[in-house]
Design a protein around this ligand. Sequence first.
Ligand code: FES
Length: 105
Amino acid sequence: MTWFDAAGTDELQPGQMKRLEVAGKQLLLCNAEGEYFCVDEMCSHEDYSLWFGCIKGKSIKCSLHGSYFDLASGQPTNEPADCPLHTYPVKVEDGRVWVASEASG
Ligand code: FES
């Protein structure tokens, strides 16, 4: 598994996110209640960036049609989205947040 240096540990406050390009994929690094998650940037419902949405608890909300996705599993928790987002492993090491290039879910 290849790890990419995504951010400093003090770069994102809870509720903030950062767009990443990792191995040609557009991803979002999210700080949800102090825990880091990484998911696809694009909503699984239509081609719309979740970066325009917001983090609520441990979920991210798409601002186009209002679906929420669980950041840990990528699963949508309400309609209209019915496909999960890919999720990517994240680790904190040496004062940095690292993201793996291969989806875990
Ligand atoms: S584009 Fe995200 S819910 Fe429709």
